[in-house]
Ligand binder design. Structure first.
Ligand code: 2RA
Length: 348
């Protein structure tokens, strides 16, 4: 039988998508063990068509585990991933705790699969969902044209903030939907929306230019993640990257506009051709027919969707793109599963 897999954080928003993926992808695993906080221990969840009882996170939970996927808060990963690794598991971690550690590779299989093999701490990091929603397409363009600069704006879904994010958006939508006067006066939505949940302003009938926490000089943690993670994944430590991260009233699927500048001149035709050939990318770009990706159309799918490809009007070295990807699938669970499968292939 195949290697033993532990899913740590099995009961969260990403965990639920992970169990679905493990039930539908080619099955390379022997035992699949579900681990969560002691609060959730004893619950039964279905994976591969069978009920599996969730066990509490403790040292014994990692006995005999070959690969452990973590989708838990940063501080839980920081504490428990090294314990799982010390017990012999290869950890694939979806928190921010290890992403910038020079001894931890940050892996997107379509872009830098080979990096997964060099893991001195026994830990491989999975990028943030915003970086992941663009990096497969950007990586394919970089391989051909040589990337020199990214200017990015994100349009991030509520589920990036987990179940509380989704619950807050749905609750606010219910509160504001019935009153046609809302959205016409300053502050009327703010007063009607109720609890803001994990967001700093109402999300229903609104856009919020904020994701993550405040860092130096007005940047957010999310914006710095896009910069630092893109540099690490692409192996371009000096890449110029500026991001503005914005939350929008979408349940799931992050979108991004990207201005990408290259060493070589670009054409839309060449970009279309290489993006069409890139694994994990789908080009949906026929504006005359009204065809471009939107979050409502791509949610629940695996690829990175690319549309609105244009050459910059004043710069033959730059492209403008609109990208969409499911933040819970490629943005989190799917990329983690792909990395775990790379490790499983080593173990077989
Ligand atoms: C968000 N990127 O969308 C974050 C979650 N990792 O809030």
């Amino acid at each position: 039988t195949g290697p033993t897999l532990a899913v740590v954080g099995a009961t969260g928003a990403v965990g639920a998508v992970m169990l679905g993926l493990l039930s539908s992808r080619q099955d390379v695993w022997g035992e699949i063990r579900l681990i969560a906080s002691p609060r959730s221990a004893g619950r039964k969840l279905v994976v591969r068509g069978e009920e599996v009882e969730v066990v509490a996170l403790d040292e014994a939970a990692f006995d005999g585990v070959d690969v452990a996927m973590f989708d838990v808060p940063d501080e839980v990963s920081a504490r428990w991933a090294p314990i799982a690794a010390a017990k012999g598991a290869v950890v694939v971690d979806n928190s921010a705790a290890f992403r910038m550690d020079p001894d931890v590779p940050l892996v997107v299989p379509e872009v830098n699969a080979a990096a997964a093999r060099i893991r001195p701490r026994g830990i491989i990091a999975n990028p943030n969902c915003t970086t992941l929603s663009m990096i497969v397409a950007v990586g394919a363009l970089h391989a051909e044209f040589g990337l020199t600069e990214l200017v990015v704006s994100s349009y991030q879904a509520a589920s990036g903030a987990g179940r509380p994010g989704v619950d807050t958006l749905r609750d606010q939508l219910t509160k504001v939907a019935a009153d046609p006067s809302l959205g016409t006066q300053p502050g009327d939505v703010r007063r009607a929306a109720g609890d803001f949940g994990p967001f700093p302003a109402p999300l229903a009938l609104n856009v919020v230019p904020w994701a993550g926490s405040l860092k130096d000089d007005g940047w957010t943690s999310e914006e710095l993640k896009v910069r630092n993670e893109s540099r690490k994944i692409l192996g371009l430590p000096g890449l110029r990257v500026n991001a503005t991260c914005v939350r929008v009233p979408v349940v799931t699927a992050h979108s991004l506009t990207v201005h990408a500048r290259f060493e070589n001149e670009v054409t839309v035709t060449a970009a279309h051709d290489l993006l069409r050939a890139a694994p994990g990318v789908v080009v949906c770009d026929d504006p005359a027919e009204g065809e471009f990706p939107t979050p409502a159309d791509v949610v629940g799918t695996d690829p990175t969707w690319v549309g609105r490809v244009r050459r910059a009007l004043d710069d033959p070295y730059a492209l403008e793109l609109f990208l969409c990807g499911d933040n819970l699938r490629k943005g989190a669970a799917l990329n983690t599963a792909q990395i775990a499968e790379l490790v499983a292939a080593e173990l077989l």
